[in-house]
Design a protein. Sequence first.
Length: 377
Amino acid sequence: MKPLEFYNTLKDNGIDFFTGVPDTILQDFCVCLDENVPKGKHIIAANEGNAVAVAAGYHLGTGKIPLVYMQNSGLSNAQNPLLSLCDPDIYSIPLILLIGWRGEPGVKDAVQHVKDGRIQLELLEVLEIPYEIFSKNDKDFKTKILKGIQVALKKNCPFAFLIKKETFECSSLKEKVSKDKGDLMLREEALEIIIEKLKEDCTLICTTGKTSRELYEIRERNKQAHFSDFLTVGSMGHCSSIALGVAIAKPEKNVICIDGDGSLIMHMGSLVTIGNMKLKNYIHILLNNKVHESVGGQPTGAEYLDFPSLVKSLGYKNVISVKNKNELIFQMDQFIFNQGPGFMEIHIKPGSRDDLGRPDLKPVENKKIFMSFLKDK
């Protein structure tokens, strides 16, 4: 399907407001929204639950049906407002859910998506959300769109459009990078410096996506073991809280969370808890490229955030922001061993190697060797 045709069909049937969290399967449609939806009518939300709430508010103000897009893993974030706000038994708010079907049975995908994909249809049925499935073989997708909108209106309920892989025709994705790149590093360059400066007994909790993949490959290149690293392959937005739990359990170990701006923003309330705990062994490193890079380069909203000022106000002690290799090398020598909670923002540019692989280490094996490392005194 051509993303523009899909969008025009929605528009012709009264849908003029779009919000959500970008997804790989939906990235061509998201680019189409960027290019065609007026400013203020397309909102990239912090997380999927926020998007559902914003959409509900738009419906309350206009009476129109909004569209919320997400990856199917994000449906868990959206469940609370879907069930306690939009459900026909509560406020009866009609909206369209556009869901990228990662981990579809029979389609190869990353391990963290497999179960989400396998239970996808059952989950929608348990949530009592009616749905239509879209694939690249659909010849009459307009009929499905019209049906979904009619059901949402008639029953005043959410209706899901479940999108299979390669449903949307590829568009020429715009490269969304900062105009003022200066001498910003790539994420992998920053990670190499961080790893070089750390002591062997430091504990790393790394966010999902390309950050964990790059960390794994750096260890492989350096012929280093992986036992001190916890690679958070899913659960976006939660690596800082995982690190907090580890730091509480192991006060004798230096615990370092390597986070991304999209991840941090998704569940930013965790910063309040981290600041309040005031753990001396907790270090939070933010790799900030201001975009959801792996799903098309859509902005995260980090461009408008002053992270150092924010975390200072929440109780972080050591707070530093760096923008180039020399600054990072100079600051790491002192920062990493100062008492926490500490926060280092590293400004980086979007981009990664085309041949970036995925870890051979299975998540459960990662857990076992990581727990063994934590037991070692």
